[in-house]
Design a protein around this ligand. Structure first.
Ligand code: SF4
Length: 331
């Protein structure tokens, strides 16, 4: 069975805690595809590897299918598809693939996210074709068999297809969810307490406000103590709703609302003309004239001089390493 390989990480750039991300091995440039080739991802290898330790896995190789091998495809019911070789030589390959999936999932508890190869009957995240007896695909698409098992074991873990990460907005959302998931696991889940939960929630207050106002308010009420819930259950429920909230993308209006809230912290310390200038910059962002990074950088400049620890520690201002901003913050 294939051992996970770790792609070199540039520790001179990455000052954050080491974050481990699962990666389809073909995206890492390993020759594991059916044709003996790979689909190397420049985004993963040249950029994201500076921030993540990639753990690479190929479910089909782990299951003992050789390389090269006949192509495989999903067949039958899109809700419970079978796996077979496309040339019709091998039927009912699900049980063999399951051995590879189990072997991989025994090694993935330390992961904070997963990046997958699209369209694969094993690794595809969505839109995977399911062929019918007439030779045509079913109108409904599905998820690859490995990805189904991965998402079942780790329902809150951020999982994305590599192709979708070339969209700045999707990459931004994936990165902030990976860091949020990692931060929660390290800061709260390790040894939960009410104090840790409230501190964590406090640091994510404005990020939650930008992404999902309804769940932002719900989570605040949840931690207010009005409902008597055992700590373990409360922690798990909070984690589920927290990740759900961040899964919804923030739009310009919600970012504008959040930026204006944060500006309120400078009311007593920054003169009115300077605050008025910041307001104008925020509204230019709202109109789509400038990127989000402009009002955020301006606010950070003033907050570093005049803001409290509380507001400067808001993760909204730094949801993930700042050096990733040129890639992702033109939202
Ligand atoms: S898509 Fe998945 S199963 Fe297919 S070659 Fe890549 S890692 Fe292996």
């Amino acid at each position: 069975m294939q051992e996970p390989a770790i792609i070199a990480t540039d520790n001179t750039i990455n000052t954050e805690p080491s974050i481990k991300i699962g990666l389809s091995a073909c995206l890492a440039g390993q020759n594991v595809r059916y044709n003996g080739g790979h689909t190397q991802s420049k985004l993963c290898l040249n950029t994201l590897s500076k921030y993540f330790d990639f753990q690479t896995f190929c479910p089909e190789v782990a299951a003992g299918f050789g390389t090269p091998r006949p192509t495989m495809r999903l067949v039958g019911d899109p809700n419970a598809p079978g796996l077979e070789f496309s040339n019709g030589e091998g039927k009912d390959l699900n049980a063999q693939l399951a051995t590879g999936i189990s072997a991989i999932l025994a090694k993935t508890d330390n992961l904070d996210g997963y990046i997958l190869m699209k369209n694969s009957p094993s690794c595809g995240l969505s839109r995977v074709k399911v062929y019918q007896q007439n030779g045509h695909p079913h109108k409904d698409r599905t998820t690859g068999l490995f990805t189904q098992a991965l998402a079942k074991k780790y329902p809150l873990m951020p999982i994305e297809e590599e192709g979708r990460l070339h969209d700045d907005r999707l990459l931004d959302n994936f990165l902030l969810r990976v860091y949020a998931y990692s931060n929660f696991r390290r800061e709260v889940l390790n040894q939960p307490s009410m104090f840790k939960l409230i501190s964590f929630h406090s640091s994510y207050k404005y990020l939650l406000l930008a992404h999902n106002q309804e769940l932002y308010r719900y989570l605040g009420r949840l931690l207010s103590g009005s409902k008597k819930i055992p700590l373990e259950e409360l922690t798990q429920h909070y984690f589920e709703k927290f990740m759900q909230a961040l899964g919804k993308q923030a739009n310009r209006n919600n970012h504008t609302n959040t930026l204006l809230h944060i500006l309120g912290y400078l009311k007593k310390t920054v003169p009115s003309p300077a605050r008025q200038h910041i307001v104008e910059v925020i509204y230019k962002y709202q109109q789509g004239i400038i990127p989000l990074t402009t009002p955020v950088t301006l606010l950070k400049h003033y907050l570093q001089q005049y803001g409290s620890n509380y507001i400067n520690e808001q993760r909204y201002l730094n949801p993930y390493p700042e050096s990733l901003n040129p890639l992702t913050r033109h939202i």
